[in-house]
Write a new protein. Structure first.
Length: 336
């Protein structure tokens, strides 16, 4: 066995020769130098990097991740559950028919009771405030009794009925004296007209005479006009001898009331005379008085000349304050 020394640090290794039949080997001794002059590998080769991944163009790595990983996972799980649920949805025949009818026209109703009774809506207070809660108090201001009487037609008509129920020898003062504190000017005009409709002109005159003695009720043109109209309609009005003086002193409302009373009572000649005396005195009466007189004169064929005169007077008026009934009456008289 041969040995060879090749350095400071000996290394033994065995050499074998194929040609040696006895199988003997030779051991060689080599030496390795520990010199520091040996070239060292750089760090990038000693610790090589991992292979680079291909770039992902769908993600911007410079942007911050605003969603937390937990929320992302929850969102993905919710999507997965929705997909699983969507796979299990099965549309019924009625639903498919209803959806398809949206593109065709009106939705066909199911057979059954079509005219079903629906509950009525609740009144407004129940919507604004539920039941059981306290409600604000409503302080209703009651009108004085005098205001409830002197303006109330029902009370004044009821007063006329009480007067009608009196005996023949009893005076109207028995009833009117109880209502004195509640009456005002013009209140008894309705009562007097109602007594005229009842056919009691005497009671109407007694009521007017009683009102004349009350300083807070008279003088009043409305009260006087009502009494004059009732008496003229029942032919119990005594005409003054000088109508010219009467028309110049009386108010327009009293003159018109007298003319209406004459027309309703059938005294057309007195109404004609009163209207033209008022016209000559420069007093303009309401056009409705002319219309009523034309209607009554039209019932008599011999009075057509007077109708023409009244129509001429109406034609000169600029303020035609005629109602539909008045216009109809005039047209009916003309075309009769």
């Amino acid at each position: 066995m041969d040995c060879a020394f090749l350095g400071i640090n000996p290394i033994l290794f065995q050499e074998s020769f194929a040609g040696n039949g006895n199988g003997n080997g030779r051991v060689s001794l080599m030496a390795r130098s520990n010199s520091n002059t040996r070239r060292r590998l750089p760090s990038n080769l000693r610790y090589p990097r991992r292979t680079k991944l291909p770039p992902d163009f769908g993600i911007n790595h410079l942007l911050k991740n605003t969603t937390e990983p937990s929320s992302q996972t929850e969102f993905k799980e919710a999507e997965a559950e929705a997909e699983e649920d969507g796979e299990d949805i099965v549309w019924e025949a009625d639903e498919i028919k209803a959806i398809s009818s949206l593109f065709q026209g009106r939705i066909p109703q199911k057979p059954g009771k079509l005219d079903r009774q629906r509950p009525l809506p609740l009144p407004l207070p129940y919507k604004l405030r539920p039941l059981g809660l306290p409600r604000p108090k409503k302080h209703v201001k009651m009108a004085p009794i005098c205001d409830q009487v002197y303006k109330n037609p029902n009370a004044l008509v009821g007063l006329a009925r009480e007067i009608r129920s009196l005996g023949v020898d009893e005076d109207v003062g028995l009833i009117l004296n109880k209502w004195v504190p509640f009456l005002r000017k013009g209140s008894l005009s309705l009562t007097i007209r109602e007594l005229g409709h009842m056919g009691l002109p005497d009671r109407a005159l007694q009521t007017f005479s009683w009102a004349q003695k009350q300083p807070h009720l008279f003088p009043d043109d409305r009260l006087l006009a009502s009494a004059v109209e009732v008496l003229a309609r029942n032919h119990e009005l005594k005409l003054p001898f000088n109508l010219d003086k009467f028309t110049s002193l009386a108010s327009r409302g009293v003159i018109e009331a007298m003319a209406r009373g004459f027309i309703k009572g059938g005294s057309l000649h007195l109404a004609w005379k009163l209207i033209f005396i008022a016209k000559n005195s420069g007093r303009k009466l309401d056009t409705s008085v002319y219309a009523k007189l034309i209607l009554e004169l039209g019932k008599n064929p011999d009075k057509h000349r007077l109708i023409g005169t009244l129509l001429d007077e109406l034609g000169k008026r600029e303020d035609l304050n005629l109602t539909q009934q008045d216009c109809t009456a005039i047209m009916k008289t003309i075309w009769a």
